[in-house]
Design a protein around this ligand. Structure first.
Ligand SMILES: [Zn+2]
Length: 299
């Protein structure tokens, strides 16, 4: 995911302590490149133009309005046809946010139009986790568990997914290399973000430095929640979701578009009502979009 900014608005809620600022807030032109990252601070975003990153194929900058509108219409039509009441991972809905996580109503699955969704490469997702370089308070089982929860939740899309330890990963001659993603801890690969998905390199990278900063700024914040959210979001890119959701609660959401517009909630409330409105796991709309772009019906 990506994003954010050199300003306080870009800080993760946890990093900002009691201030309810979004982890994924972003500013300026839509700049996520498919590899997404959660930046706490960083350079001014690039000018509003398209460019391609080495080894990746992500767009930076806004899409042409006509293309964006046409694509959003296609997504909406697909979602309306297959609109589901996917039972989310949260069980019984008791609040607006809970209901948003569990159900995707017609017309709700709208994106910022900042990316072009496409089917998951290989039509499956296999993640191999390398624990080296992780912060000491994240043991291997904890991170692998977060990966497996996200993989299990996303597989509701109808795309098989699994996460395994690198040590346990066996070379499979039948594996499509495009469907295997290395999950690693790397400052170089995350480039100042909490996490970054690079579809060109088939890596999902996490930043130990950012989690250390989180621990320093707010030692009471449950870092495992931030980890789960980051993993769920980045993993969504490997399922083919390149555009970011305008629905605040979606794992694939951006809270703002940098032009004064903010994400939506079902009751019109602000995502700032809670420290972090975004779901830790993919929501019904995340899954509906995934099914639509992959042509699947779910499991
Ligand atoms: Zn993203």
């Amino acid at each position: 995911m990506a994003v954010a900014s050199a300003s306080a608005a870009g800080l993760a809620p946890a990093l900002a302590g009691a201030r309810a600022v979004p982890l994924f807030a972003r500013r300026g032109p839509l700049q996520e490149t498919g590899a997404r990252r959660w930046r706490v601070r960083g350079p001014v975003p690039p000018p509003r133009k398209e460019r391609r990153l080495p080894g990746a194929f992500f767009r930076i900058g806004p899409r042409p309005a006509h293309a964006t509108i046409a694509r959003m219409k296609r997504i909406l039509i697909a979602l309306l046809c297959g609109a589901s009441a996917w039972a989310g991972a949260t069980g019984t809905a008791s609040s607006v946010r809970d209901r948003e996580i569990a159900t995707c109503l017609p017309g709700e699955a709208v994106t910022w139009g900042d990316g072009l969704d496409r089917p998951a490469p290989g039509h499956r997702v296999r993640l191999v986790y390398r624990h080296a370089g992780a912060p000491p308070w994240f043991d291997e089982a904890l991170v692998l568990g977060a990966l497996q929860r996200a993989a299990s939740a996303w597989s509701a899309c109808g795309i098989p997914a699994e996460a395994v330890r690198e040590a346990a990963a066996r070379t499979s001659g039948g594996d499509d290399p495009a469907a295997v993603t290395l999950v690693q801890w790397s400052e170089a690969a995350t480039r100042g973000n909490f996490a970054l998905a690079n579809l060109g390199d088939h890596t999902l990278s996490l930043s130990a430095a950012m989690f250390r900063l989180l621990a320093e700024r707010n030692p009471h914040h449950p870092a495992s929640q931030t980890l789960q959210m980051a993993i769920s979001h980045e993993m969504g890119h490997f399922f083919g979701l390149m555009a970011h959701s305008r629905r605040c609660v979606d794992a694939m959401s951006y809270y703002t578009n940098g032009r004064g517009e903010t994400c939506s909630t079902r009751d019109g409330g602000s995502h700032r009502a809670v420290v972090e409105y975004r779901s830790e796991l993919p929501t019904a709309c995340d899954i509906a979009r995934c099914r639509a772009v992959n042509g699947t019906k779910g499991r």
